[in-house]
Design a protein around this ligand. Sequence first.
Ligand code: GRF
Length: 201
Amino acid sequence: MRLGILISGRGSNFEAIANAISRRKLDAEIAIVISNRAAAGGLEIARERGIPMRVIESRGMERETYDKLVIEELRTHEVDLVCLAGFMRLLSASFVHSFPGRVLNIHPSLLPAFPGLDAQRQALEYGVKITGCTVHVVDEFLDSGPILLQSAVPVLETDTVESLSARILAQEHVIYPKAIQYLVDRRVTLDGRRAVIQEEA
Ligand code: GRF
């Protein structure tokens, strides 16, 4: 399976996916990394590893116009599955429909709780005792779409946004490659909102 990874920043989830591939835990290939920001740290990771990458700046661009450029680049690299990894833009419906059921996202909360920005801070301020992270199929709405995998992380009394985010991130790095492998193994069937994961053969 050929992956197209979309980033905006640090790129640690992208790196976790690349690591899972090199450790043969994930049977896929990163065809292209696309960043909408030239300053994204993740680009350096791609450069070091010799992974094809491209900056397509989004600033000041209309959503549909931007998405068209990204779709074109993904098609050029024959991408089968698009993985959003800290990509800070909402995708248009036409993007989502160009890769039906083939766009994934990772979000740092147990969705549907705390969608949107600063999910870890939202969880801390709300006072939940358990939060976590979610890998889901992307639809045209924000942090919506069928859930593939979640991991729960306890909130400690002593937690700050930083400490909680770090523990959640460690789990993100575990579940994202795992969820992608579900798709590689064709174990996922969508039944409306529900992603049904078949037992391992
Ligand atoms: C992660 O917390 C992810 O859940 C959220 O954005 C952050 C991206 O981090 N969508 P990184 O760029 O993968 O390090």
